[in-house]
Ligand binder design. Structure first.
Ligand SMILES: [Zn+2]
Length: 342
């Protein structure tokens, strides 16, 4: 199924790691959890086995053996046909300023910045989605991560209880075209976040300017999804920079950022480990020191050092640190919370 006869130009149009990231796949170095894990013994892929090869722009899973190129990857993850997958990659290439680069540097987040019409859609979605509570799936998910629900709500976290209901409500004032332009529809006209119900809104002041969504069931192909073809104009929780705190943490993802905030730090988040954008550096003017706390894995260590160099080149003091226990800031929060309980 995954071998096509002639390589289509789309298969080489974007580095496969950038394709993977734009699909919202959670990367551990150059690996991710296999989308074909139903074909693994036990149906799991606890140690990410699907590996990307930057040189050939292909992937292979070392457990089930599934392999292919970028088009095959998009077909499998988005559940679309060949042409739609090829078009999706070409659109990504057209919107990407980094597509010519052979490997993802600090590239990563690609696409255009949401316009006012898209922000209107996110505002409606924010208002029509549900506040997380101890009774909802999303609330329980956050609780398992020892995150304070009130704090999460104050930082733009909501959830979808029923995606059909939400879509119906959104459709009262918005057309499918509005939703598509806001990166929320698949080309088959399906709602992008149908299986990803925890919504992580990126606010700039009082406007939600971007959103990512997490799977709460553990059943979706990828844990986290980003908008199709759009990138965030600001880091997550950018308001933390407003009062020029002396030190700011830069975390990997919204959950880690919330964990850092709960631990008392001023923190902002990048949407993925390679997601820091060049245009964000001016936002850090007036900050004395930046502490980069990415995941303690190969990608986190590599990108942390790269980002530190970028800050230093701009004469902003920067360091890379790792949580004293666990892999990420949320692990640290969990272990500190357990310690304080016992
Ligand atoms: Zn596999």
């Amino acid at each position: 199924m995954l071998e096509s006869k002639m390589p289509h130009q789309a298969s080489q149009a974007v580095p496969i790691l950038s394709v993977a990231e734009s699909l919202g796949l959670e990367m551990v170095g150059s690996r991710t959890n296999c989308f074909n894990r139903d074909h693994h013994a036990g149906g799991e892929d606890e140690h990410p086995s699907l590996t990307f090869f930057a040189d050939s722009n292909r992937f292979k899973c070392f457990v089930c053996g599934i392999k292919g190129d970028s088009i095959d990857l998009v077909r499998a993850v988005r559940g679309v046909g060949f042409q739609e997958a090829a078009d999706w990659i070409l659109a990504l290439a057209a919107n990407s300023s980094t597509s010519a680069r052979p490997t993802a540097r600090l590239a990563g987040s690609t696409g255009r910045v949401p316009d006012l019409a898209a922000i209107k859609v996110f505002t409606a979605m924010y208002e029509l989605s549900t506040e997380v509570s101890s009774k909802t799936l999303g609330g329980k998910y956050l609780k398992r991560r020892n995150l304070d629900l009130k704090l999460a709500a104050q930082h733009g976290v909501t959830e979808i209880i029923d995606s059909d209901d939400l879509l119906t409500l959104l459709s009262v004032n918005l057309s499918e075209e509005n939703l598509r332009a806001a990166g929320l529809m698949t080309q088959h006209g399906r709602f992008l976040f149908g299986d990803h119900k925890l919504l992580l809104f990126y606010f700039d002041g009082d406007r939600p300017v971007y959103v990512q969504a997490r799977d709460l069931t553990g059943e979706a192909h990828c844990k986290e999804l980003s908008l199709a073809g759009l990138r965030s104009p600001v880091p997550y929780n950018v308001d933390a920079l407003a009062n020029s705190p002396e030190t700011v943490m830069v975390c990997e993802g919204a959950i880690d950022t919330l964990s850092a905030v709960q631990l008392g730090y001023a923190a902002v988040g990048v949407p993925g480990v390679t997601g820091f954008r060049d245009e964000w550096f001016p936002l850090f003017r007036g900050i004395r020191r930046v502490t980069i706390v990415f995941d303690n894995d190969e990608a986190g260590r590599r990108q942390g050092v790269e980002l530190r160099a970028q800050f230093r080149r701009r004469r902003i003091c920067a360091d890379v640190v790792f949580p004293s226990c666990g892999k990420d800031v949320n692990d640290l929060l969990k272990s500190l919370s357990q310690r304080s309980k016992s």
